[in-house]
Design a protein around this ligand. Structure first.
Ligand code: ATP
Ligand code: MG
Length: 257
C-alpha cells in the first residue's frame, strides 16, 4: 500500500521544494515508483526548476475537474536513470493560473480535497505508485492544509531561526496534532558551528524537547546548494555529496514509517 507524504513548513524558504524533490528522487532511486506534486499554487516553482514548460494538463486542471490525474503526469525517469520510477504533476506557473487559484472559495477547496484524497485510489492503488510527495506552500494556505489532511506522513522543514522555531512549534501543536498526523522534523540550513558541533544526540534531544516530535534529519547549510545553479535534483547530480547521504537516510526512514 502506497503512502502520501506532505512536505510543509511554517515559514517560506525553509527548503520544502529542495527537500520534496530530492526525497522523491531518492525514493525513486531506491526502486520506488514516485510522483512528486507541486501543490504550491501561489508560487509554483517545480516547472521552472525541472525545466518543464508544457504538459497535457496541469495539476490545476485536475483539481478544477477538467481532466483526470494521469493526463497531468510527466515521466522524468530518464533524467535520473531509473525507468518508470519518477513522475511529476505540476502547478501551472502562469500569472493567470496563479490569480485563478488564489481566488478559489471554500467550496472549491473542499472539492479539491476530495480530489486529492481520491489519488489514493487512482495513483496508489490503480497505477501502482508507492509514494506521492507533496511540495506545499508555507503556512496555512488551504492547498497545504488539504495536503496535510490527505497525507500519511508530514515532513516539517524548519530552520533554527527564532520566528521559525516559535511558528513551527505552534503549528505542530495546533495543526498537525489536530489531524493526528505522523509528523517528523527536518532541521535545515543548520550552520555547522552553531549546532552540528553539539553532536547529533544533543540535537535530537533539543528537537524532542522543543517540538515533541521525532527528528528525521539534520541538513547543514551547504554553499553549493543553490537554486540559481539549477541543480534541483542534487542527489542525482552529486552522488558523493554529504547532502545526498543525508537524503538517503531520510528516505530510508520514510520507507520504514
Ligand atoms: N541546506 C541548504 N543549504 C543551502 N541552501 C539551501 C539549503 N536548503 C535550501 N537551500 C536554498 O534555499 C532556497 C529556498 O529553498 P526552497 O525553495 O527549497 O525553499 P521552500 O521552502 O520551498 O521555499 P518557498 O516557501 O518559497 O516555497 C533555495 O535557493 C535553496 O537552494
Ligand atoms: Mg517551495
Amino acid at each position: 500500500m502506497g503512502k502520501m507524504v506532505a512536505v510543509h513548513s511554517y515559514k517560506g524558504g525553509t527548503g520544502k521544494t529542495l527537500l520534496s524533490t530530492n526525497i522523491a528522487v531518492t525514493l525513486a532511486k531506491h526502486g520506488r515508483k514516485v510522483c512528486l506534486m507541486d501543490l504550491d499554487f501561489r508560487a509554483p516553482s517545480l516547472s521552472t526548476l525541472l525545466n518543464v514548460s508544457k504538459t497535457e494538463c496541469w495539476l490545476n486542471d485536475y483539481l478544477n475537474g477538467v481532466c483526470e490525474i494521469d493526463k497531468t503526469l510527466i515521466d522524468l525517469s530518464g533524467r535520473i536513470g531509473n525507468q518508470g520510477k519518477f513522475f511529476v504533476s505540476l502547478a501551472n506557473p502562469s500569472v493567470e493560473a496563479i490569480r485563478d487559484m488564489s481566488a478559489k472559495d471554500r467550496k472549491w477547496e473542499m472539492r479539491a480535497l476530495g480530489r486529492i484524497l481520491s489519488l489514493r485510489n487512482s495513483l496508489l492503488n490503480d497505477m501502482g505508485f508507492d509514494y506521492i510527495i507533496f511540495d506545499t506552500s508555507p503556512g496555512l494556505q488551504y492547498s497545504s492544509i488539504n495536503a496535510i489532511v490527505s497525507a500519511d506522513i508530514v515532513v516539517v522543514a524548519t530552520t533554527l531561526d527564532n520566528s521559525d522555531v516559535e511558528g513551527t512549534k505552534r503549528m505542530l501543536r495546533d495543526l498537525y496534532d489536530l489531524f493526528e498526523k505522523k509528523t517528523e522534523l527536518v532541521l535545515n540550513k543548520i550552520m555547522y558551528d552553531d549546532s552540528l558541533r553539539a553532536g547529533k544526540e544533543k540535537l535530537q534531544s533539543l528537537v524532542k524537547d522543543t517540538y515533541e516530535v521525532p527528528l528525521l534529519g539534520v541538513i547543514p547549510c551547504f554553499c553549493d546548494i543553490s537554486r540559481a545553479e539549477g541543480k534541483i535534483i542534487f542527489v542525482h547530480e552529486k552522488p558523493d555529496h554529504p547532502f545526498t547521504k543525508i537524503l538517503d537516510e531520510i528516505a530510508a526512514k520514510i520507507e520504514k514509517t
